[in-house]
Design a protein around this ligand. Structure first.
Ligand SMILES: Cc1cc2nc3c(=O)[nH]c(=O)nc-3n(C[C@H](O)[C@H](O)[C@H](O)COP(=O)(O)O)c2cc1C
Length: 423
């Protein structure tokens, strides 16, 4: 009895010692690893949502991204045109070039493709999202989707199917086979012809994805993309005899951080117009900036007249991109609002804060902008003052050309831990 009690005590002590040893080891390992990753700890402090490379199993989910949101055009057995949205779609063969699209037997289109032996794939740009949504919510059994949406059916040139006139990119396909996979039948269509609107083509006559700006389906939402990231083959380049490894771009879940880090100086613009509402949004963001003693010592000149933009482009050495920009905001200090002699010194800081807000707001709504300095250069100041006929108390700090980015300008990674002094 006493012997077994003694054994129990020995066993319990051993377990306790082991537990303490394991806990100490764990703590030391954690401390050691956090010491070694000061950089990532600092990142985590900046963006608490960012946990590098930590994966969680999601089970069997359709998380293959990006998924296109395409619209399939078919004629039914009576020759009536119909459309249905399909995200289960992709190129499945190069020669012959073929597209696979999967449809549930319950869809009206399923029977139509099976009977007609043809379909068109209509690729929408992001601004056509509402039509895509409608075509994916209602069935051709119940409604005439062309009539309800106002979209125009056009007979395909080479196959027995309609395409949507208003969609920028259309692929005519002839049915060559199908596979019954379970919930869906996968139809294979041989591509017979591709038709694209002129305004989504680049100089070589190929589809420019940033001009197409295709709609993406992402589970519960639609997204747009289209920003240029890198050239295909970029990773084959060599720098100093070593293979070029593109900079790993961090992604941010936090919307504000995303905008801050994706902002870039945009110097190349498309000819897409910028609206007054968009410019007003930028101005509202500018005026939300903090100012010393809340003086708001500023005046914002908004230039949209082509002639004025061109004159400024000619006169300002570092603002030549104004010739392509659709608008410009000239941020000025207002000396009548800038306070006494001591406070006057703050106008540059105040207007700089407003400028940064404008640049970030532009990035957040898909516009591009760049800060081109005017102050403290006498020659540039004189050009702006004369061109815009500024009163003496308005001192221009900068000119911000604004427009839709071509996608050529990319954000820079400027994070340099050596510039930080931790104390
Ligand atoms: C974004 C989105 C993607 C869809 N993808 C598919 C798909 O790939 N296959 C499918 O069978 N149904 C898909 N659907 C559902 C059909 O579009 C929907 O059932 C439609 O009403 C069918 O039209 P129909 O009966 O006129 O053929 C999708 C719907 C949406 C909104």
């Amino acid at each position: 009895m006493q012997k077994s009690k003694f054994l129990n005590i020995v066993l319990a002590t051993a377990v306790l010692v082991l537990a303490i040893l394991l806990a100490t080891k764990k703590v030391t390992t954690v401390m050691k690893s956090s010491k070694n990753t000061t950089e990532s700890v600092a990142f985590n402090l900046l963006d608490s949502a960012y946990i590098p490379f930590k994966k969680r199993s999601l089970g069997v989910k359709a998380e293959l991204h990006p998924k296109p949101a395409a619209v399939i055009g078919t004629y039914d057995k009576d020759g009536r045109p119909n459309i249905m949205t399909a995200a289960w779609i992709g190129i499945c063969n190069s020669n012959p070039l073929s597209i696979a699209v999967s449809m549930r037997p319950a869809t009206y289109s399923y029977a139509s493709v099976t009977a007609s032996g043809a379909f068109t794939v209509n690729i929408p740009s992001a601004d056509l999202a509402r039509y895509v949504d409608y075509a994916g919510r209602f069935s051709g059994k119940d409604v005439d989707k062309f009539k309800e949406t106002g979209l125009t059916p056009q007979r395909a040139e080479f196959v027995n199917a309609p395409f949507i006139k208003e969609f920028p990119l259309v692929i005519e396909c002839e049915l060559t086979g199908y596979h019954d996979l379970g919930s869906h039948r996968q139809f294979i269509g041989k591509v017979i012809d591709v038709k694209a609107d002129e305004d989504i083509l680049n100089a070589e006559g190929r589809v420019d994805v940033s001009l197409l700006n295709p709609l993406i389906y992402g589970g519960r939402n639609y997204y747009e993309t289209g920003a240029f990231v890198a050239e295909v083959g970029e990773s084959l380049q060599e720098i100093d005899g070593k293979p070029f490894v593109p900079v790993q771009r961090r992604t941010y879940k936090n919307e504000t951080l995303k905008v801050i880090h994706n902002r870039k100086s945009v110097r190349h613009f498309t000819d897409q117009a910028v609206t007054k509402e968009q410019l007003e949004l930028l101005l509202q963001a500018g005026m939300a900036a903090p100012t010393a003693v809340n003086r708001q010592p500023w005046a914002f000149y908004v230039v949209t007249r082509r002639e004025t933009l061109d004159t400024l482009a000619l006169q300002l050495p570092y603002a030549k991109m104004l010739a392509q920009a659709q608008a410009a905001i000239v941020v000025c200090g207002d000396m009548e609002k800038a306070g006494n002699m001591k406070d006057k010194g703050y106008w540059v800081q105040d207007c700089a804060a407003a400028t940064q807000n404008i640049l970030l707001a532009a990035e957040s709504i898909g516009l591009g902008a760049v800060w081109t300095a005017v102050f403290p250069y006498d020659d540039r100041s004189a050009s702006v003052i004369n061109t815009l006929k500024l009163p003496a108390h308005h001192v221009p700090l900068n000119v911000i050309p604004i427009g839709y980015p071509t996608g050529e300008d990319l954000p820079k990674d400027k994070w340099k831990p050596e510039n930080v002094i931790w104390q």
